[in-house]
Design a protein around this ligand. Structure first.
Ligand SMILES: [Zn+2]
Length: 475
């Protein structure tokens, strides 16, 4: 049995121990920050992809795939973008033993791969909007400590890129993306706050950036995705323009939406506990694990009942797994709790005779299912489990924020701070220094704590331009 470190006091040790002992990723590959997707972890990743694809395609986005290598000349066209990524890119400079005439960048993100082609695709207003996404691996030479799923150098990346007729349509696309993420987050049972980043922390080349942040305890946060409005910042250098219905030529306004395997890290961080990982059903590699309890006295009836259960649940579309390994039932319970399976069904001789199974969900709720109504009973148990998981996460989310009314309170804050800021960069940096972290930015919509806005800036007391902002120590 693995003894996990304490999640609250040794978060990163706990996190690594869960990822490793639950068999989700193997970080022993000999390139730092490039990890191996194990069979169990890959199942979770496939479910993650399915949820992202379902929700983005519901908004009319189509899948594409662009090459992984980008010519240096294209990569360098947008000045801010190249500045932002310069220190993080991998270069391909040789083909065999020959130096390449034109060095190639291994994509850190795909603006500069896609936009020269978008300039060919977009001709008239009838070609707009252009909404496409891809799920590919991207590469970034991370200099910070790498951690499986959370900070890696080869990233399993979801990126949507769009072209719109004007600024207002691009703003509407940002809102559509945020609504799509809200639906994804429901599937992950993950409460989050969309935050508009301050000018000095927006995406390289963006007009503005909305990040999706979650609290992960002790005043820390994790950015789990982002949506960006580019205005014409990329369409001008890349020449993406169209003929409007009045015959004039205009540049498109662009947006992007980025997510990654970090969502798996977020789910482990938020839902995991002293027993290990906890997966919401849609993300779970297996929603249901069936364990026959065999003994000398039981004969074979538990096994045949378990087989019937597995066959019927699989036919009904559940992701179900039969654990008939030669091991003690207690060891199997522990094993599947560590691996985060939402629901396990135990079938002993008594259950088999009564045509039932004991049902225990990952939060410890016990019940039973009848074979007569198996599919409906299991569905009910999984729905109840997801609801309870979301409820637990929402309660923790609500406890993670605190109103802060003085600079002193920021020092060593154990909560994500919600505070009043005048908007000046100087005051922003003072806030960051005090909390030893980042000014995350202004929450979009209602802030986490619904309270009357103070009259003056927390730092300088100025009364103009005051808005709520969040500050924390990002992971
Ligand atoms: Zn101020």
């Amino acid at each position: 049995m693995v003894t996990l470190p304490d999640k609250r006091t040794d978060f990163f040790d706990w996190y690594l121990a869960v990822v490793e002992s639950a068999g989700l990723s193997d970080k022993r590959y000999p390139v730092k920050g490039m990890n191996v997707w194990t069979p169990y972890g890959f199942r979770a990743r496939r479910n993650l992809d399915r949820i992202m694809i379902r929700e983005i395609e519901a908004t009319g986005s189509e899948a594409v795939e662009f090459p992984a290598l980008i010519p240096q000349t294209e990569f360098s066209k947008e000045k801010e973008h190249i500045k932002g990524f310069d220190a993080q890119v991998y270069w391909v400079t040789k083909g065999g033993s020959t130096d390449l005439d034109l060095p190639l960048v291994l994509r850190p993100t795909s603006e500069t791969a896609m936009y020269p082609v978008f300039a060919l695709w977009v001709r008239s207003h009838q070609d707009l909007p252009l909404n496409v996404y891809q799920i590919v691996n991207t590469f970034r030479y991370e200099t910070k400590t790498t951690r499986p799923f959370i900070r890696v150098r080869e990233i399993h990346f979801f990126e949507e890129h769009t072209c719109q007729v004007d600024e207002a349509s691009a703003t509407a696309r940002v809102e559509s993306n945020l609504a799509a993420f809200e639906r994804m987050a429901t599937a992950f049972a993950l409460p989050f706050v969309p935050v508009r980043r301050p000018e000095w922390d927006k995406f390289a080349g963006a007009y503005y950036s909305v990040a999706l942040d979650i609290p992960v305890g002790e005043g820390r946060t994790l950015q789990i995705g982002s949506v960006h409005h580019y205005r014409e910042n990329f369409s001008r250098p890349y020449g993406i323009q169209y003929e409007a219905s009045d015959g004039t030529t205009k540049f498109v306004h662009q947006t992007t939406f980025g997510l990654s395997e970090r969502l798996l890290g977020a789910v482990i961080s938020v839902h995991g506990d002293a027993k290990g990982a906890v997966f919401p059903r849609e993300l779970a590699p297996y929603e249901v694990v069936v364990i026959p309890i065999l003994s000398a006295a039981s004969g074979d009836t538990p096994r045949s009942a378990a087989n019937e259960i597995v066959a019927r649940l699989a036919r009904a579309g559940f992701r179900v797994h039969l654990d008939d390994r030669d091991d003690r039932p207690g060891a199997k319970y522990y094993y599947w709790e560590l691996r985060g399976a939402p629901l396990r069904l135990e079938v002993g001789a008594r259950e088999a005779a009564a045509r039932t199974a004991s049902a225990v969900d990952r939060l410890g709720t016990r019940g039973s299912v009848a074979l007569d109504s198996l599919e409906a009973d299991v569905e009910g148990a999984l729905v109840a489990f997801d609801r309870a998981l979301l409820g637990r996460a929402q309660a923790e989310f609500a406890r993670a924020f605190a109103l802060v009314r003085s600079v002193e309170e920021l020092r060593g804050a154990k909560h994500v701070a919600q505070l009043a800021w005048c908007g000046s960069e100087e005051c922003g940096h003072a806030i960051e220094q005090a909390i030893d972290g980042a000014l995350l930015g202004t929450p979009e919509g209602t802030p986490p704590i619904d309270a009357p806005l103070p009259e003056g800036c927390l730092v300088c007391g100025a009364t103009t331009g005051v808005r709520w902002v969040l500050a924390a120590r990002p992971l």
